[in-house]
Ligand binder design. Structure first.
Ligand code: ADP
Length: 403
């Protein structure tokens, strides 16, 4: 790395997609952002926006066979703007890796041993880690000389005490199969809890925050003095809140029942709970905008889906208030948390005795900035704090390669 190398490319490789951002670490400016979707299909799509060049979004459609081809196409787009991967200004590539198991609790420079260890975690993250690994290998092949850093979704939750991380099942069985609560969305929970402290004018070590990351996937975390002490996702991202397409918490006996009585296979149950449940299972829509529109038209199913979503959310706010003892702030983030004022209002409604309230006019404000939505009299600050997982990955990556 040269002294002038101040850019980080962040790659988020999914099973059929790659999201990327090229960020200048001098001031966090996005130089380019983009997305390759439907990799492996005939109608793959690449959308690239060269923000540095002030250019418009460029979209190309056509078959992109695999991640290797996808990354080459991305590299070509970047090169067309003078931001190619061969640039001496590129300091590192930061990869989002979903599962870091117990081993990876910090961002890590990737070498062969690290990659092997990430591969060893595939059985506990079969849907995510393989795509992350493919993205890493492809990027390594393109720039073997450049530091590549893995930033793990699970890492922030590694500070959870054993009594929060361990399921109450037979210890030998659990340990033999590495079954425990790992938690996910950690990059977001870390970023948002820190930003919330800053919004309150405090150091993260001084505040207790409940972070509600409500996107299509959703999770809550209890952060005490900057350290995660509990989170709602578990061995996999299926546990916890009601999500766009995932059930969240459920009696595990439902799965035995579906197998024994409904004759469903393990894979079918997996698909049911991960892809056909949550909001979409309850009412046929997983987009909160559409659900609100239907509620406004008097749609009962949409109303019930919303109520179930809110009820679960409220239960976690209550549970994490008890876990933390003293709550300084509740922070809403991600697509739903940042945009859906009715969700924020409903989740906090009736919690005045716990010191929580939402001011209707503050809650109605739309902004990309972190902001308070609680009235001045409220003991607990309720905040909207937009997440920025890419910037967090870039910052952790850059800090590590400059350490
Ligand atoms: P993920 O990263 O998990 O795919 P996001 O954090 O981008 O998801 O959140 C996507 C969700 O945010 C959408 O499914 C939708 O429910 C919700 N959302 C986005 N914009 C709005 C809005 N203006 N009002 C209400 N909900 C919104």
């Amino acid at each position: 790395m040269t002294a002038t190398a101040t850019r980080v490319l962040v790659l988020n490789s999914g099973s059929s997609s790659v999201k990327y951002q090229l960020i200048d670490m001098n001031d966090g400016t996005r130089l380019a952002v983009g997305l390759v979707e439907r990799i492996g299909e005939q109608a793959s799509r690449l959308a690239h926006t060269p923000l540095a060049a002030g250019g418009d979004k460029r979209e190309t459609e056509g078959a992109i066979a695999d991640h290797d081809a996808a990354l080459k196409a991305v590299a070509a787009e970047l090169a067309a703007d003078g931001l190619g991967l061969d640039s001496p200004q590129l300091a590192a590539i930061g990869h989002r890796v979903v599962h870091g198991g117990l081993k990876f609790t910090e961002p890590t420079v990737i070498d062969d041993a690290v990659l092997k260890e990430i591969e060893r975690l595939v059985p506990v993250a079969p849907l995510h880690n393989p795509a992350n690994i493919t993205g890493i290998r492809t990027a390594q092949a393109m720039r073997p000389d450049l530091p590549q850093v893995a930033v793990f979704d699970t890492a922030f939750h590694a500070t959870m005490p054993e009594y929060a991380a361990r399921y109450a099942i037979d210890v030998e069985t659990a340990d033999a199969h590495r079954i425990r609560r790992y938690g996910f969305h950690g990059t977001s929970h870390a970023y948002v809890s820190r930003k919330t402290a800053a919004l309150l004018g405090k150091d993260p070590s001084e505040v207790n925050v409940i972070v509600l990351h409500l996107g299509n996937g959703a999770s809550a975390s209890a952060v005490a003095g900057g350290r995660c002490v509990d989170t709602s996702m578990g061995l996999t991202p299926l546990e916890g809140l009601v999500m766009g397409t995932r059930s969240g918490d459920i009696d595990p006996a439902v799965t035995f029942h579906l197998k024994r009585v409904a004759g469903m296979s393990t894979d079918e149950i997996d698909v049911l709970l991960n892809k056909k449940s949550g909001l979409i299972g309850l009412c046929g829509d997983n987009d909160m905008r559409e659900i609100r529109r239907r509620i406004d038209e008097g749609d009962e199913r949409a109303r019930l889906a919303f109520d179930i979503y809110i009820h679960r959310l409220k239960k976690y706010i209550g549970a994490y208030s008890a876990v933390l003892g003293r709550v300084d702030a509740v922070a809403f983030t991600a697509g739903v948390g940042e945009n859906a004022a009715p969700v924020r209002e409903a989740a906090v409604a009736g919690l005045e005795e716990m010191g929580m309230a939402v001011d209707a006019s503050l809650n109605a404000v739309r902004s990309d900035e972190p902001r308070l939505i609680s009235p001045e009299y409220a003991r607990v600050a309720v905040a909207v704090v937009p997440t920025d997982e890419e910037l967090e990955i870039a910052q952790q990556t850059y800090a590590l390669v400059n350490a």
